[in-house]
Design a protein around this ligand. Structure first.
Ligand code: SAM
Length: 326
């Protein structure tokens, strides 16, 4: 699978993304705690031109985001979009949302800014060992089955589709390394993809806070994370062996072709399709199913239902499916 290269861009710190990562949602909209705080400041009377996105611009931004990333903002996320695009106004030193839209919808903006817009609208909440039952299922069912079927010694291929900042593929790496210890000859490949370059940069670096790795059992924390020399930073980094085992790549689920040269034995596409409308979810799941070997496993988020979709997947356990013929 030669096209799965290491995502080579480096980011010096995770600070810029900390907001997206904290993700404590306020009631109905997907504002993070930090965003809600800033919203209070924006809620003061404003006189400057362009402090709000006009209805016309909101409509065309929604259409663009839907076409490009499949994310359906609906009518009620205008405030969230204003808060998030505000970061881009600051970064580009653009005075108003209308100027921003003029730039974005122009030739140059479509070439250079669209990718940043997609970055700011994605929701990247994730955790190590999130929905931990899936990793138990992997070890207790999917891996033993693979061992039985795999008579020619090929590696187990697993894909974290929508990997965010790396917690999910690194959890896979921990689990697979532990499994490999008791199964001589077991080899594996871990692929991880996301649409957002910002999260991929963070994932490649593999630096997390002590708090973020709390879901990892303490003996595994000691084994798979290195402490920062500067104790006051309370940061840890995934050990190099583990980082080398994950192949990161940018992939948009809206792409016509996922360019997979080899089929996966397991796909984790969790807490991603929830942001898409039903027809888009079905199209994406069909394409992901096509990337699975027959008999392979598909894991979706616990809040994501495949009910009433026509897919070559048969249910095995809550939010776990098997690829069948068809
Ligand atoms: C909420 S995170 C889920 C992370 C992880 N799978 C988990 O369950 O913890 C959703 C991820 O999907 C990515 N995403 C959203 N739209 C996408 C698209 N069109 N193509 C690929 N990834 C997308 C986002 O950038 C984000 O990192």
């Amino acid at each position: 699978m030669a096209n799965w290269r290491q995502h080579a861009r480096k980011s010096p710190s995770r600070g810029g993304n900390a907001l997206a990562r904290s993700n404590f949602f306020c009631n109905n909209c997907e504002l993070t705690q930090g965003e809600s705080g800033r919203l209070l400041r924006f809620a003061q009377p404003m006189t400057a031109h362009g402090e709000y996105i006009s209805s016309r611009d909101y409509k065309r931004l929604c259409q663009l985001i839907y076409q490009q990333a499949g994310i359906n903002l609906g009518t009620e996320r205008k405030t969230m979009l204003e808060v998030r695009i505000k970061r881009r106004l600051r970064a580009l030193d653009i005075p108003s949302y209308s100027h921003y839209c003029d730039y974005l919808f122009g030739h140059q903006g479509m070439k250079e800014e669209l990718i940043h817009l997609i970055d700011v609208v994605t929701t990247n909440k994730t955790d190590f060992f999130r929905e931990a039952g899936h990793f138990d299922y992997l070890v207790q069912n999917a891996l033993p089955e693979f061992m039985e079927r795999n008579t020619n010694g090929r590696p187990f291929v697993i894909w974290s589709a929508g990997c965010s900042t790396g917690e999910e593929p690194y959890t896979m790496a921990i689990v697979l390394n532990e499994f490999a210890q008791t199964r001589p000859g077991f080899r594996f490949r871990i692929l991880a993809s996301d649409i957002s370059n910002t999260v991929l940069d963070d994932a490649v670096v593999g630096v997390y806070s002590e708090a973020e790795i709390q879901p990892v059992a303490s003996h595994l924390r000691r084994k798979y994370f290195m402490r920062s020399r500067d104790k006051s930073r309370s940061k840890v980094r995934v050990v190099p062996e583990l980082r080398r085992q994950v192949e990161f790549r940018r992939l948009n689920f809206m792409d016509a072709d996922y360019r997979m040269q080899e089929k996966a034995d397991a796909v984790f596409c969790r807490n991603v399709i929830i942001y898409f409308d039903r027809p888009t979810q079905e199209r994406i799941l069909q394409k992901l199913s096509d990337c699975l070997v027959v008999g392979g496993h598909m894991f979706v988020g616990h809040a994501e239902t495949l009910h009433d979709m026509t897919l070559p997947l048969s249910p095995l356990a809550p939010s776990v499916y098997r690829r069948i013929h068809g």
